[in-house]
Ligand binder design. Sequence first.
Ligand code: MN
Length: 429
Amino acid sequence: MPQRTNNPNRKSWIGYNRDTHFPIQNIPFGVFLTRDNVITIGTRIGDYAIDLGALQELGYFSDVPLTDDMFMQDTLNDFISDGKKTWRLVRNRIGDIFDKENPELRDHKEHRERIIFAMDEVEMQLPVMIGDYTDFYSSKEHATNVGTMFRDPDNALLPNWLHMPVAYHGRSSSIVPSGIPIHRPKGQTFPANADEPTFGPSKLVDFELEMAFITTDANNLGHPIPVNEAEDYIFGMVLLNDWSARDIQKWEYVPLGPFLAKNFASSISPWIVTLEALEPFRTEGPKREQPVMKYLDSKGKHSFDINLEVDVTPDNGRPTTVCNSNFKYMYWNISQQLAHHTVNGCRVNSGDLMGSGTISGPTPESYGSMLELSWRGEKPVKLNDGSERKFIEDNDTVTMRGYCHKGDLRIGFGEVSNKLLPVYEGKKK
Ligand code: MN
């Protein structure tokens, strides 16, 4: 069954601007709270959220084999579990319903009022119940920059780095959607020139520009996923800000890796853009600098050309774009990441989130963290209002955007935007 959703000439009867991230070719999936306080699964076209639960209830999916309450749920996990064939059937059907030439819903005012909401009437939720969260470290430029700053410029990459996509297990309980403010964490640090460690608010809170992919139930325990089948088990992608406290990280990370420096918050964009929608933007990743082992030898194009931007906005101020990067800079691709993750038989479930690691490009303006942009604080970053940032300050908002474009076709992720609040001081009396 071919997918029909990527036709760049298709138009919708829902109007939108040329530069929207969400044309009828995108058809992402998310979960939102409606103005009537109902949680539902939905999609988005232009600036409108579409209630897929209501569409299903009104019979618009009667030709697609789905369980009766597939979209009347508060997470996408069951839908994702249904697999690639169902994802395609549903996206094809949604594309048809909203096609400019199709009068079914277009000319049914009563149904339209039950199904379509303006984006500012809905509140986006986390799209999936994330069981497990893994964070890779797959940008060579990022790993090189961090190795240069913290260890040894002559041996910036550790010996394993070119042989495997290095990763650690993160914490899913602190993942939040765009819009939810987070608190500056407290913790142990060992300041330079101090004689002993100290406790207090982190002074070096940072963002990490990342993307993440979301899996379906991929395998049974003990069964590796072959690298050239891995994409069949990847539902789609989101933007990820993997908030980090650099001073806590520096003191705690030896020998078992990051812990409290990373698990106080990670934020994601609320719409999952499917791999199918990203198909026109496939590209080759960077050239391999070492031959890879057979289980990591992905054939064909498994990277995607996705423009990425980060803004920092002071309280009541104007945004400054501090970073322009691209997902295609990742040395290890998502197929290699999933193959490596499961090569020992590790089980992967529907709704697992796999972060790329900070995405830095080859030039200084493409570095994906303040740590690199300000080079450990040595080169402060100028904002539009004249102020400077080495790291993120209280009440700053960090906003990440991502989109692909080719000719007139633009497919985007929207944004992940979260404010950093001061340290939590306990409940106000
Ligand atoms: Mn990270």
